[in-house]
Design a protein around this ligand. Structure first.
Ligand code: MN
Ligand code: MN
Length: 466
């Protein structure tokens, strides 16, 4: 066979969009670095299953690299590394640049909250001599996926005396786990007539937590009483303390490799820790950047970025303002000169469920980090839609640094859609585009990503901020 290319093959190579599977493009060294990087990512996933734990873990990692808590009024020099902790749920890390902050900051933003089952303010009850917790799901879940999955409980009780008792139970091998139960198929005739979205209803997501009655006393609620006694001994709380608690039930399953070839990762909460970890590790590795580099890991994205720890709040605006003011600069000018990669996941095309995807524009596992010009639903509702100019700038950066990347959209036009934090950052006058990792089974108790895409996300974040 001739090795000479035909004229059409040559012209196609020159003119067509010829994206290939990243595992065919990447060299051995890159694949090795990918595997090494993802070992750290899996550890992060297991250490940071909630926004509170993610902030703690991230700050610990940052302090190991010389980051210190930012003090307003203090003057920092180029190369200095600081962090700003917003209520233990959102955190920003910055490396001061050589240029004035007013000349613009390179921002990466990812979220560290994930869909889960929150406990209600009055969660504890007894029914048929079993103790259970009532839950209120957080974020967009497909409710039928959550029963019969082993669950762990994470969070904190804030007590009236001002103390906070942290909770993490169900992750260690010797710790008990919890579970939402479901009907057996033999007796599910009526339930099976429900639609998939109604298959399990919100008020049926009740978590089983105990079955031992306190004593053979006369009286009711003896199982509940015994659970309260155990909780009192372990956490020094009474039932009313649930009113000021934030307890989150998450799958009690650790991150692991997927596939005989170990090319993928399965874990809970990869949306959006699969972008938060790259943004974090990128800013931790940045040294002496020209422009100030800033990575923000935010809470509340899954329920609309609301509240004082969500990105619709003024937190980011004030972080940039404080950094600019320290040099006598103007925060508003700094924001207008700033650029951002909004790092969130994209829906990877699923070989079994291809229907809702438009294959010419859908992202695929192993094709690298996904650049998403716009998200939104139907007629692009709720998207910030990056400009062609800014999209070109990022495309150029990715190609220049040999980063494997692809473009993506969120499904067929009329199929649904979604949004990210990009729109709230765009509201500040910042140039912003979505860039992130494609995910299978997004928002399920166990999500799947490809290692190469995760590593390419890190490389994109790093090259953008360095
Ligand atoms: Mn997300
Ligand atoms: Mn999400």
């Amino acid at each position: 066979m001739s090795t000479e290319k035909s004229a059409s093959a040559e012209l196609k190579e020159k003119l067509f969009n010829n994206r290939k599977n990243g595992r065919l493009v990447a060299d051995e060294k890159t694949l090795q670095l990918t595997d090494e990087y993802c070992e750290g990512y899996k550890q992060f996933l297991d250490a940071a299953k909630t926004e509170r734990e993610a902030v703690k873990t991230a700050i610990r990692m940052a302090e190991d690299k010389g980051f210190v808590a930012f003090e307003r009024g203090k003057k920092y020099q180029a190369g200095d590394k600081v962090y700003i902790n917003n209520r233990g749920k959102t955190v920003a890390f910055a490396v001061i640049g050589e240029e004035d902050v007013e000349n613009g900051v390179n921002i990466t933003a990812a979220h560290i909250d994930s869909p889960r089952l929150d406990l209600k303010p009055n969660p504890l009850y007894e029914e048929l001599e079993l103790a259970l917790f009532k839950t209120h799901y957080y974020g967009g879940i497909r409710k039928y996926q959550w029963p019969t999955v082993p669950l762990a409980l994470h969070g904190a009780f804030a007590k009236k005396d001002g103390s906070v008792v942290e909770v993490s139970i169900g992750e260690q091998a010797d710790e008990p786990k919890f579970v939402v139960n479901d009907l057996l198929p033999h007796l599910a005739k009526e339930q099976s007539k429900r639609t998939l979205s109604e298959g399990i209803q919100g008020e049926e997501l009740n978590i089983l937590i105990g079955s031992h009655p306190f004593k053979d006393d006369a009286g009711s609620e003896l199982v509940k009483l015994n659970i309260m006694k155990l909780l009192n001994e372990k956490y020094d709380i009474v039932e009313e303390d649930f009113l000021s608690a934030e307890l989150e039930a998450v799958p009690a399953v650790g991150a692991c490799d997927i596939g005989f070839d170990r090319t993928m990762i399965g874990a809970y909460g990869q949306d959006d820790r699969v972008c938060a970890y790259p943004a974090l590790t990128a800013v931790l590795n940045v040294k002496n950047p020209k422009h100030t580099a800033l990575a923000i890991l935010t809470d509340k994205e899954e329920i609309g970025s609301c509240g004082n720890t969500g990105l619709e709040s003024d937190f980011l605006r004030f972080v940039i303002r404080d950094l600019a003011m320290m040099q006598g600069g103007d925060g508003t000018v700094a924001l207008r000169n700033s650029k951002c990669l909004s790092a969130d996941v994209n829906a990877a095309m699923d070989p079994t469920f291809q229907g809702p995807f438009e294959r010419r524009n859908a992202s695929k596992l192993n094709y690298g980090v996904v650049l998403t010009k716009y998200t939104g639903a139907r007629g692009k509702a709720g998207t910030s839609d990056a400009s062609a100019e800014y999209t070109a700038e990022i495309r150029s950066l990715l190609d220049r640094e040999n980063i494997i990347w692809q473009s993506g959209e969120l499904g067929k036009v009329d199929e649904g859609g979604g949004g990210t934090v990009a729109q709230y950052i765009a509201n500040l006058g910042v140039d912003v585009i979505d860039l992130g990792v494609p995910v299978l089974s997004m928002h399920a108790p166990f999500e799947t990503t490809a290692k190469l895409d995760v590593y390419m996300c890190y490389r994109a974040m790093y090259e953008f901020m360095k």
